[in-house]
Design a protein around this ligand. Structure first.
Ligand code: AMP
Length: 233
């Protein structure tokens, strides 16, 4: 089964996709995470990604599609995936259709998290993330752990690394608003692309506001609906 987790930046896609990936045993493919990994490696490709990411701009389609295609070739992605943060443009959606089509797969459902702009700004500006493993926190709703010594060293609850919890450069209020504009103009039209291709029932829209557990439960219900209509090849 192949699923897209969809929604504006800050909708909680990454957090929910990570939890779903564990509970469903499906690999999460997040282009944002792949790009951040490349940036951290200091490679030339990483530098090119960073140029766009630090301004909240989309990385050009050709680079993004190539990154995704390589990830899709890896062994753990052969039985389906949860795509998180990809596709973000209609061109990327078309490319994904082509890549999946070649291996007799297609998107079985789109989980569309609906979140209003005020909630997005609140979530993103309070978001903190572990550079090492990607674990996310929020200064109020899911605060990073307390310091473990007098020097303020903090240990990530997920990977145990010390002092790896940071605020992403693109998680500030100005960048958040421009990322949301770009989402509305370039990414939202993807829903129509899929509806035209597969019918409106491919899109499962749900309220993305609430506790992580509440949103997770809504997602699980939607996935059960998708699963019941999907026959494994
Ligand atoms: P994310 O972690 O999904 O919020 O992505 C962080 C940033 O990475 C985005 O603001 C873009 O700059 C870049 N990025 C991630 N995925 C894509 C994509 N599918 N297309 C273009 N840029 C992307």
């Amino acid at each position: 089964m192949d699923l897209l987790i969809f929604g504006p930046p800050g909708a909680g896609k990454g957090t929910q996709a990570a939890t779903l990936s564990k509970s469903l045993g499906m690999v999460q493919i997040a282009t944002g995470d792949l790009m951040r990994k490349a940036v951290k490696s200091g490679s030339d490709l990483g530098k090119r990604f960073e140029h766009y990411m630090s301004q909240g701009l989309y990385v050009p389609d050709d680079m993004t599609i190539e990154l995704l295609a390589n990830r899709l070739d890896e062994g753990d992605a052969q039985n389906g995936a949860i795509f998180d943060g990809f596709p973000r443009t209609v061109a990327q959606a078309e490319a994904l259709e082509g890549l999946l089509g070649k291996i007799s797969r297609k998107i079985n459902g789109i989980l569309n998290l609906e979140v209003d702009l005020d909630s997005i700004v609140d979530r993103i500006s309070g978001r903190r993330v572990c550079e090492s493993c990607g674990q996310t926190y929020h200064v109020r709703y899911n605060p990073p752990p307390k310091p473990i010594d007098g020097e303020g060293s903090v240990r990530c609850v997920s990977c145990g690394k010390i002092n790896s919890i940071i605020q992403r450069k693109d998680d500030n209020q100005d960048v958040v608003k421009s990322r949301n504009e770009i989402y509305l103009n370039q990414t939202l039209p993807i829903l129509d692309f899929y509806k035209k291709k597969y019918g409106a029932c491919i899109v499962h829209s749900l309220n993305g506001v609430g506790t992580q557990e509440e949103v997770y439960d809504r997602l699980r219900l939607a996935i059960e609906t998708i699963r019941s209509g999907h026959k494994a090849p």
